[in-house]
Write a protein that binds this ligand. Structure first.
Ligand code: R5P
Length: 294
């Protein structure tokens, strides 16, 4: 996108919106939200919008925010926007990328399709792409740019942990772990995970000597935190000297973060793709570069 004219954001993302607008060198404005007693939403946008806008909307608490986005984007067009780039640091519904059981909706395809019909371009970070190679496969007609925070996380870890061993909790995390390890040539490996239910996973460690090592668990998403809890406990039981955690998307539902510390995790770091107390690695400059390059 040539330089956008305006960034639109929502009040719960005012801090990252300010940071992104500063990086882009554009003004920003808030979409005002009113929630009616029955739960319906009324959105109010600036009444006249310039032609090229960026909408910042992360999709943690996905159902509510998807509806906001699906109302805000067409409303923005009615108010003058001709080209809309969505910056969605956390793109929800990406994990259901296959019908695991007969009849299951492949949410990834349908949610991505809805978004593709609403905006012209998308910038996101570490979408959970496991069985598809690129977002283009599920977002026809929308220019999609999937960034990775792995290098930034690896850089953060290298500056804060002496001779770390990066460990992914499952095979899917190999893509993020190897990327995080690359620049500083950090030791790395991945575990094997079996998910038995929403809150139940089993993690088996790779054949790597963890005794005395400073392990850093790297993953894209922490949701219930069970994956990280299991991996953390297994590492400590195998003699790891310490276990820290670095994730891109800090969903950490309920008491997940407390459980992770109770399991023995020392430091827990995340990017600011999802506003959370563990945020340590800001993404604004990466996102702004991608918006300009689209
Ligand atoms: C799944 O494959 C992801 O990479 C994460 O490992 C997973 O979503 C974490 O979920 P939870 O925190 O609920 O174990």
């Amino acid at each position: 996108m040539s330089r956008p004219d305006l960034l639109l954001a929502f009040d719960d993302e005012a801090r990252p919106a300010g940071a992104l607008a500063a990086q882009l060198g554009v003004p920003w404005a808030l979409v005002q939200r009113h929630r009616f007693p029955d739960g319906e939403l009324r959105l109010r946008l600036p009444p006249q919008l310039p032609p090229r806008i960026v909408i910042l909307r992360g999709l943690h608490q996905p159902n509510e925010k998807l509806v906001e986005l699906l109302i805000a984007a067409p409303a923005a067009r009615e108010l003058g926007a001709r080209e809309i780039t969505l910056v969605c640091p956390y793109l929800a519904y990406m994990r259901q990328d296959i019908a695991f059981h007969p009849g299951e909706a492949v949410s990834q395809r349908h949610v991505a399709g809805l978004i593709a019909r609403s905006v012209d371009a998308l910038v996101t970070v570490d979408p959970h792409l496991h069985r598809i190679a690129s977002l283009d496969e599920v977002m026809p007609g929308c220019r999609a740019c999937a960034l990775s925070a792995s290098t930034a996380l690896g850089d953060w870890v290298a500056r804060h942990v002496d001779r770390p061993l990066l460990l992914g909790p499952d095979e899917e995390s190999a893509q993020w772990v190897s990327e995080a390890a690359r620049e500083h040539r950090l030791d790395h490996a991945v575990c094997h995970k079996q998910r038995l239910g929403d809150h139940e996973v089993q993690v088996s460690l790779p054949e790597v000597n963890l005794r005395g090592r400073a392990v850093v668990l790297i993953d894209d998403v922490a949701s219930t935190g069970r994956t990280l809890v299991e991996a953390c406990q297994a590492c400590l039981a195998s003699g790891a000297a310490s276990v820290d955690v670095a994730v891109t998307h800090a969903l950490f539902v309920g008491t997940a973060l407390e459980a992770l510390h109770a399991a023995g995790a020392r430091q827990v770091w995340s990017t600011d793709s999802v506003p959370h107390v563990t945020n340590a690695v800001p993404l604004a400059s990466l996102l702004a570069l991608a918006v300009r390059d689209l």
